[in-house]
Design a binder for this molecule. Structure first.
Ligand code: DX5
Ligand code: ZN
Length: 215
């Protein structure tokens, strides 16, 4: 596989200093900034919405990877496009019309990603996989940072890598220097990591240790 991209999740950052926390991981080598949008309905937690994403955009010099964990994503695509998202990913569990949603995201000039919960089979995206720019495989149940990696997802990563050729395969949840090696060996190339990076004494060392998982 090609190069590993590391996407720090700001969910684990100090929100009272969000701009500095974003700049610090970019200085430490972050490839993308991963933004977790939760609505308290699809997920048992509420995080941030379009106004905060727009503020992040102003201080973020790398691609903004917006992970929508919300019901009715169709109603909010325009808001996140205007806020400055580069990549918008939605959960397959949240829409009856995934192809229409993918087209809406692409027509707005963004890259489109589709996300699978741990309990959702790769079969659910079989007929849409050719249309997306990225597949995101959740390696924890969405809602919170700091949860334990679910090892059964390694098989799903291998399967989806076989479905999507060399397009981006992102993983999200419980990624540290150890699980990074496992997901990369299975076929992932974009690694989201929140608590491992933001709890580390050196953001640079944390990001490098994930990138080095490539071997
Ligand atoms: C979980 C979010 C993740 C989360 C990852 O619902 O989608 O992006 O922030 O956090 P860690 O790396 O701590 O598991
Ligand atoms: Zn996420």
């Amino acid at each position: 596989m090609g190069t590993i991209k590391v996407a720090p999740s700001i969910l684990a950052s100090d929100f009272s200093r969000l701009g500095e926390e974003i700049q610090a991981v970019i200085d430490a080598g972050a490839d993308w900034i991963h933004v977790d949008v939760m609505d308290g309905h699809f997920t048992p937690n509420i995080t941030i919405g379009p106004p905060v994403v727009a503020s992040i955009r102003r201080v973020c010099s790398v691609p903004l990877d917006v992970h929508l964990m919300i019901s009715d994503p169709e109603s909010f695509i325009d808001d996140f496009v205007q806020a400055g998202a580069d990549i918008i990913s939605f959960h397959i569990e949240t829409t009856n019309h995934p192809l229409r949603l993918i087209q809406k995201i692409k027509d707005a000039g963004c890259k489109a990603g589709v996300v699978l919960n741990p309990g959702t089979s790769q079969d659910e995206i079989e007929y849409i996989a050719d249309e997306v720019d990225m597949v995101l495989i959740m390696t924890v149940n969405p809602g919170f940072g700091g949860q334990a990696f679910i090892p059964e997802m390694l098989e799903k990563i291998k399967y989806v890598r076989g479905m999507i050729g060399d397009r981006d395969l992102e993983v999200d949840g419980g990624i540290d220097d150890r699980t990074a090696a496992e997901v990369v060996a299975a076929g992932a190339n974009v690694l989201v990591s929140g608590s491992y990076i933001y709890n580390h004494t050196s953001y640079f060392n944390a990001i490098e240790s994930i990138r080095d998982a490539e071997g």
